[in-house]
Ligand binder design. Structure first.
Ligand code: GDP
Ligand code: IMO
Ligand code: MG
Length: 432
């Protein structure tokens, strides 16, 4: 069998959690392949809402195995917060969760470093979620990291203290005041104690060679869905560097992040909002600073699932979408949050960029260039609520025109259209 993939095509928060949850009954295994607790994936059903940071979004289906792959970085304390939250709702994630022994750990001092480095950047800060992502991946690639598979080793305490002390020295050199920081509401010392306790608890989880497990299950005919975190425009190589995250969020990351050959990749689903949002700093050519932006934020409830920060909002950017489709080799599209656009009589869509009067081809290297102009095509708004729509035949005409326009521009079908946060608010426009 093949590994299907679901990826965000914008700056994250496209609705990946919701759609992975919706698609999970079709799969035996859901696997995260990159990122860490910077992700916040929201799932809503039966009046309940959950936000997952590290655990894959298939966890609510007890017969589905959920894999935290080698490309993911794990903060044990945040992981157990999630597990405890799930317990409160009667979900027992330990039963269907496997962690790669090769996944790297985020240490408390990675978070300290993240805060120290961001503070040092001043106005040029990235707007990181401050979960320690950049420093933890830096240690991975610098070959200094500690992996989940090492927590039971006798050498773990020594390795931990060596790395921690080296980090503290750097933090000290940066002139950063540790006492000014709070981590999940705690001082550094208390956070560290709780983190070490979470590492102890982690020993009870299934930690294994998930690459071998996944390849064996695929050989046995099992179906795998790889769940992306963040979005293509936050990719370390192709995003708006340096305002990016520290992993490959694109489809190429699935192979290295799970130990899967490219020959194993099947359908690649691309998920996008019917407009755009971004949280944190960096270029955003179609960003709105007016009441339309406020309306998108209000109606879309655009506040970060991980940090609670207000998300920046703007119109759909087709050149950016086309770029993301190209990088990922998308086969099928899923459009989210169409209901949020119900409030607009006219909906502009960015169809291209120009500089000094010349039309640009493709997505520019410097999307933040102030000389860059965005060109819009205005679409008619449907101006009606979508919550009563249960069948794709009932999609209002102007929404269908909006969808057809995007399909024509990017040359791909939009299979699913999401009309609300709940699992049930998902229209299958074309069979998957
Ligand atoms: P993810 O990181 O890609 O999983 O997305 P987030 O969970 O961070 O953000 C998506 C937000 O939009 C969440 O609050 C979802 O509950 C919500 N959402 C998902 N789909 C829809 C939709 O079609 N309409 C509306 N109004 N909200 C949606
Ligand atoms: P999900 O999986 C939206 C953004 C941060 C910041 C930049 C770098 O929920 O879509 P980092 O913490 O990685 O050092 O932050 O990337 N960012 C996200 N934005 N959704 C996410 O994840 C994000 N993960 C990181 O806001 O601008
Ligand atoms: Mg999110």
């Amino acid at each position: 069998m093949k590994v299907d993939v679901i990826l965000g095509l914008q700056w994250g928060d496209e609705g990946k959690g919701k759609i992975v949850d919706v698609l999970t009954p079709r799969y035996d295994i859901i696997a995260r392949f990159q990122g860490g607790p910077n992700a916040g994936h929201t799932i809503a059903f039966q009046g309940k809402k959950f936000v997952l940071h590290t655990i894959p979004s298939g966890i609510f289906h007890p017969l589905t195995l959920n894999v935290i792959g080698n490309g993911v970085i794990i903060d044990p304390l945040i992981l157990f917060r999630e597990i405890d939250n799930l317990h409160e709702s009667g979900v027992q994630p330990e039963h269907n969760l496997v962690v790669s022994g090769r996944a790297h750990l985020i240490l408390p001092t990675h978070r300290l470093l993240d805060a120290a480095l961001e503070t040092g950047k001043g106005a040029a800060k990235i707007g990181s979620t401050l979960k320690g992502i950049g420093p933890a991946y830096t240690d991975k690639y610098g070959r200094n990291g500690i992996r989940a598979g090492q927590i039971k080793d006798d050498t773990f305490p020594v390795l931990y203290h060596q790395l921690r002390d080296a980090h503290l020295e750097t933090v000290h050199h940066l002139g950063f005041d540790i006492t000014s920081q709070r981590f999940e509401g705690m001082t550094f010392e208390i956070y560290e104690q709780q983190w070490l306790a979470a590492v102890e608890r982690m020993k009870s989880l299934t930690i294994s060679d998930t690459e071998t497990l996944l390849n064996r299950l695929l050989d046995e005919g099992k179906k795998v869905l790889a769940e992306g975190a963040q979005g293509t425009l936050l990719d370390i190589d192709f995003g708006s560097y340096p305002f990016v995250t520290s992993s490959n969020t694109i489809s190429a990351g699935v192979c290295s992040g799970l130990g899967i050959s490219p020959r194993r990749i099947g359908t690649i689903y691309g998920i996008f909002k019917a407009y755009c949002t971004r949280v944190g700093s960096g270029p955003f050519p179609t960003e709105l600073f007016d009441t339309d932006g406020e309306t998108l934020r209000r109606e879309g409830n655009e506040f970060g699932a991980t940090t609670g920060r207000p998300r920046r909002c703007g119109w759909l950017d087709l050149p950016a979408l086309q770029y993301a489709i190209m990088l990922n080799g998308i086969n099928s599209l899923i459009m989210m949050k169409s209901d949020v656009l119900s409030h607009f009589p006219v909906i502009p869509v960015c169809t291209g960029y120009s500089r000094e009067g010349k039309l640009l081809e493709g997505y520019p290297f410097d999307a933040g260039d102030p000389e860059l102009k965005t060109l819009y095509r205005e679409m008619k708004g449907w101006q009606m609520p979508l919550d009563q729509i249960e069948k794709p035949e009932d999609i209002p005409g102007f929404l269908e025109d909006y969808i057809l326009f995007i399909e024509e521009k990017v040359g791909l079908p939009i299979h699913l259209v999401s009309t609300g946060p709940d699992r049930s608010q998902t229209l299958v426009r074309k069979p998957l």
